[in-house]
Design a protein around this ligand. Structure first.
Ligand SMILES: [Zn+2]
Length: 486
């Protein structure tokens, strides 16, 4: 069994030419395969191996203002007829609905991401041996007592055809190696490696500088375990992209999804404090804050040439010089709000999933006028705290009031790192926080971070998404001591 796109295309073309497909206002057929493998370790033992080949076809029809949808893991000419009948059967007798979609350009194209090593072509024994050797090196270090590891790999193939004439084939590869270390004394202390989830081949994992990372982790976990507790109060915060990506995801990514703004969608992440009227008006942050939605960014987890409605993706401003500039849309939401075109934010995580409006890569742009490096940013801050790595968080259902922790917190005095503090969270609301952004670092401090599993919808779907940011400076942010809860 393999993804036979030549055969699948023939099935779809034949069906789209048939009388049946002509009965509906719009019809799209998506063949999709997701190879997923997760190898996880606890110390030197394999904890779990999850391996799945999820392949099938779905049909979505628009008829009289209503969506019908059906899918099957069996792929044949007959199946396509059958699932069309099911999808059409759902809407055939419904009264007129409200769904409209934008009219979009038609494409016939193929886009295969270039990777050096497809992780599914590496023997599993080799991957296990490699992770085991890293774990072995980690556990040899004197300050580390336990270590968890996981390597998630995804290879995705999508063939999309619609009744307007689009015919698009795409392949993407994603990888997420993650390592967590534990020290028991004087109290339980955890630390993460700065491996990132990426849209790259196995070479990202093979080439990652684990030797240096292990030495750093051994020193950092020791320093973290004996760090003094933070004293709550207002601080200047210099936030690393390894921490800021999550704040961008929660306070900007989710709140600028137009379906949430319109209260069309509220599952998982709630709705939004932002409004359509706020476009061009809402002061989201300081003039240093420039945020783009970009599914064309190299190695971005949400990057793809065409989305799952056949719309060519692009880079667009979401926040420009602190002002709300645009919202994320798919074809339905764009039409619903009176727009001519979607900005390409549709995604389905499996062949059997209804495509939803999903977040593009949402990133904070680096400083365009001054190439400020990390040391420059420390000097500009003077006194404060430098935060690295992500931790837990909470945010309300309007994506407004929030609290974020982190992995490492460094005390900075007169532009120099003088030691570590611990048990810190920063608390603010979306507008106050982004308005307090007084400087952003240059390109040299920029890093593309992200998440593999952003949840949305019912039934729930997960989506991968990247968030880039430079090291950024925020003035007078409320810091809490999470241990004393004050
Ligand atoms: Zn999310």
């Amino acid at each position: 069994m393999y993804f036979n796109k030549v055969q699948y295309r023939k099935y779809a073309q034949l069906f789209l030419q048939s009388i049946k497909a002509q009965k509906v206002d719009f019809c799209e057929i998506r063949f999709q395969e997701n190879l997923i493998e997760d190898i996880s370790f606890k110390n030197l033992n394999i904890e779990n191996i999850y391996n799945i080949d999820r392949r099938g076809v779905s049909i979505r029809v628009l008829y009289n203002g209503n969506w019908g949808f059906s899918a099957s893991s069996d792929i044949s000419q007959k199946t396509i007829e059958d699932i069309f009948n099911e999808a059409f059967g759902m809407v055939e007798h419904l009264s007129e609905g409200t769904v409209k979609i934008t009219s979009e350009e038609v494409y016939q194209d193929e886009d295969i991401q270039e990777v050096l090593i497809n992780p599914f072509e590496v023997p599993i024994s080799e991957k296990i041996e490699y992770i085991s050797s890293i774990q072995n090196d980690i556990l040899k270090e004197k300050n580390i007592d336990f270590a968890d590891a996981s390597l998630i790999q995804v290879y995705e193939k999508k063939l999309y055809l619609n009744s307007s004439g689009s015919d698009i084939y795409q392949e993407r590869c994603r990888l997420f190696p993650s390592f967590m270390m534990y020290r028991v004394n004087p109290e339980l202390t955890t630390l993460k490696f700065y491996t990132r989830p990426v849209s790259e081949g196995y070479e990202y994992f093979k080439n990652f500088p684990f030797k240096e990372e292990i030495l750093r982790a051994n020193e950092n976990i020791y320093q973290k375990s004996k760090a003094k507790e933070v004293i709550s109060g207002k601080y200047n915060l210099l936030i690393d992209p390894s921490n800021l990506w999550l704040t961008i995801h929660e306070s900007i990514g989710h709140s600028t999804e137009m379906d949430r703004v319109l209260l069309y969608e509220a599952n998982y992440a709630g709705s939004s404090f932002a409004s359509v009227d706020g476009i061009g008006e809402l002061v989201y942050g300081s003039e240093k804050v420039n945020i783009v939605g970009d599914r064309t960014q190299k190695n971005g987890l949400a990057s793809v040439k065409y989305d799952d409605e056949g719309v060519k993706t692009s880079k667009f401003d979401i926040i420009k010089n602190g002002l709300l500039e645009d919202l994320q849309t798919n074809r339905e939401i764009a039409a619903f709000s009176g727009r001519e075109n979607s900005n390409g934010c549709s995604f389905a995580n499996s062949y059997s999933s209804f495509p939803l409006q999903r977040m593009p890569n949402v990133s904070l742009l680096p400083n365009q006028t001054k190439d400020l490096g990390f040391k420059d940013m420390l000097n500009i801050m003077g006194d404060g705290i430098y935060i690295k790595g992500d931790g837990s968080w909470s945010i309300d259902m309007q994506r407004y009031n929030f609290q974020f922790t982190g992995d490492l917190f460094y005390e900075v005095k007169a532009g120099k790192i003088v030691g570590m503090v611990k048990d810190l969270s920063y608390q603010s609301n979306t507008q106050d926080f982004w308005k307090s952004c007084v400087e952003v670092g240059g390109q040299s401090t920029y890093s593309l971070e992200g998440a593999f599993n952003c949840g949305k919808g019912q039934p729930s779907q997960v989506a991968p998404v990247s968030h880039g940011a430079p090291v950024s400076l925020f003035k007078d942010i409320k810091v809490l001591n999470t241990k004393n809860e004050n």
